[in-house]
Design a protein around this ligand. Structure first.
Ligand SMILES: O=C(O)CCC(=O)C(=O)O
Ligand SMILES: [Fe+2]
Length: 340
């Protein structure tokens, strides 16, 4: 087997956040072993098991790019915190992850926020995912930019090279192509095998990387579904990938961050009538669920008049899809902007 790059590892129980941060700045990535206890891993697995069993890896998503991105063998379930209370309280708000966010994100915003927390189960037969930088979703932010995002993939089974453990290119956060558009980045020659590291790690560990670090899910040539969660945080002034105003259940919104992480506000939302629909059917909703969406949105519309000032950009695909479902027009009525 060809030599591969390596990722520096820390024992999460004893790691000093300043030291871990220094290595993330240097390499763009670290592995935190033992971030979650075996008991927390088993509780999350119990809480998400039935939903993942039911998930259809080949389900239509309203955004076909997302479907191609995850591939036909990956079960992708949004809003993990709405499914698993343990995920919401003990994973999403983990003090070490928030301590790293304090160092990476807080210099560039008043408060950072949850960007997304979804489950990614790469099933047998899953192909290698396209290598990418997660920050490509904010490609309109002029470069150079501050760090926009800190991401993790957390293992809920042992991750191996064979079962699709995340592939990472250490140091790629410092490559000059980071300043190019996503299209130009994808046109770069593929990396050499020896530049790629594999996040092989026991269940309960996490690979933590920057928005500018190139990475992707691996191929799964085993019979074992690779169950992981992709959890990321971003600057407070960015629009998030999951709509956490709706996705985070009210009981977790007011949750006090753990001591030492007083600067995090993981979600600013208040109770919203469309939230239940969204947490049940996912932030990347399927078109065939439109009737339910319409009902939720109709009742939501009554509430949004208070909210008219907060408009989202009419170019977002979610927006356009809702607009078509609601009236066959490509314009969302102004009184519905605020809910998207
Ligand atoms: O599943 C993985 O290992 C990586 C997933 C990922 O990079 C993503 O969804 O952006
Ligand atoms: Fe990614």
């Amino acid at each position: 087997m060809t030599a591969t790059a390596t990722i520096e590892r820390f024992d999460a129980l004893t790691a000093d956040p300043d030291t871990v941060h220094a290595i993330i700045e240097r390499d763009g990535v670290v592995i935190l072993e033992g971030l979650l206890s075996a008991e927390v891993v088993s509780r999350v697995n119990d809480e998400v098991g039935a939903v993942l069993d039911d998930a259809d890896p080949d389900a239509e998503l309203f955004n076909p790019i997302m479907k191609a991105f995850h591939g036909p063998c990956t079960k992708q379930v949004t809003s993990a915190c709405a499914i698993s209370p343990t995920f919401a309280t003990e994973v999403m708000c983990h003090p070490l992850l928030l301590a790293l966010c304090d160092r990476i994100l807080l210099p560039s915003c008043a408060r950072y926020q949850l960007n997304l927390g979804h489950l990614l189960q790469r099933g047998p037969g899953a192909d290698e995912q396209l290598l990418h930088r997660d920050e490509a979703v904010w490609s309109d932010v002029p470069k150079p930019a501050p760090e926009l995002q800190m991401a993790t993939v957390i293992a809920f089974v042992d991750f191996t090279r064979e079962n699709g453990g995340t592939r990472i290119l250490p140091g790629s956060h410092g490559w000059p192509d980071r300043r190019q558009s996503p299209a130009e980045q994808f046109a770069q020659p593929p990396p050499k095998a020896e530049q790629i590291a594999y996040a092989e790690m026991p269940a309960g560990s996490a690979v933590v990387y920057l928005g500018g670090t190139i990475h992707a899910g691996g191929s799964n040539t085993t019979e074992i579904p690779r169950r992981g969660a992709h959890l990321s945080y971003c600057l407070g002034w960015l629009r998030t990938e999951e709509n956490n105003y709706l996705a985070v259940p009210p009981r977790h919104r007011g949750q006090a961050p753990p001591p030492g992480a007083g600067t995090a506000r993981l979600c600013r939302s208040r109770q919203h009538p469309a939230r239940r629909w969204l947490s049940r059917y996912g932030a990347y909703a399927r078109p065939d669920r439109a009737p339910r969406a319409r009902r939720a949105l109709t009742s939501a519309a009554a509430q949004v008049s208070q909210n008219r000032g907060r408009l989202c950009t009419s170019a977002c695909p979610q927006h356009q899809w809702f607009a078509q479902e609601l009236g066959g027009s490509d314009q969302v009525p102004p009184d519905r902007h605020a809910i998207l």
